[in-house]
Design a protein. Sequence first.
Length: 246
Amino acid sequence: MAGPLLRMDAIEKSFGAIRALKGVSLALERGEALALVGDNAAGKSTLMKVLSGAVIPDRGRIFLEGKPVAFRDPQDARRLGIEMVYQDLSLCDSVDVGKNLFLGREPVRRIAGIPVLDDAVLYRRTAEMLAGLDIQVASVRLPVRLLSGGQRQAIAIARAVSFQPRILILDEPTAALAVKEVEKVLALAQRLKGQGVAIILITHRLQDIFRVCDRVMVMFEGENVAERSIAETTLEEVVRLIVRAA
Ligand SMILES: Nc1ncnc2c1ncn2[C@@H]1O[C@H](COP(=O)(O)OP(=O)(O)O)[C@@H](O)[C@H]1O
Ligand SMILES: [Mg+2]
């Protein structure tokens, strides 16, 4: 098929006097893993919120498989196969693993015509989904606040994956994790990429992009300042691009 899976073209967004995005363009191929890097406040999260429908851009266009699209909210983006896992995860802490995965779309069955929650199906499907992604938790009935940071991140990713996205955006998925947990989350991202999901990974852990990503895009003060194929760059060069010391 001709053309990229996704193209964002000259996206602009201001918050009051702050010009968070000053005309940023981005392309993503099918099944590609793109790293999005840059200093704090460079505009990475805002750009991805535009892509996931959480922020409405002031200007600019988005094309999916060459067709112009516009998102009014995250549901619009979800319908077209775009999911974002936020830095703060948006899980319900007091709710268990299974109910977090199925939040807002709990399976129901009917007893004498009256719909009742079908917990047996919910927990069985949760266990199947987690097994399919090689995610381990002690129990699908554990409130997520009792999980480790890495497990919580994995559950948030599993929830996003359950919508069968074509594009999965991960915003700093390893920022708050212990080293061993970082490995698991990276392995999960790699597995999803292997399944054909295109991934956009925002991270400050630059060593990770060399393991998971095909390409890196560098943002600086609301602009896309560089793009490199991972095979053709080095950690040192990416650092230089980020701080613009080159
Ligand atoms: N909802 C918002 N309201 C006001 N300013 C915002 C909002 N979201 C982001 N910003 C500002 O936009 C700029 C870019 O932020 P952000 O996209 O979060 O950067 P990054 O993810 O690269 O750290 C920052 O100056 C930030 O303070
Ligand atoms: Mg951010």
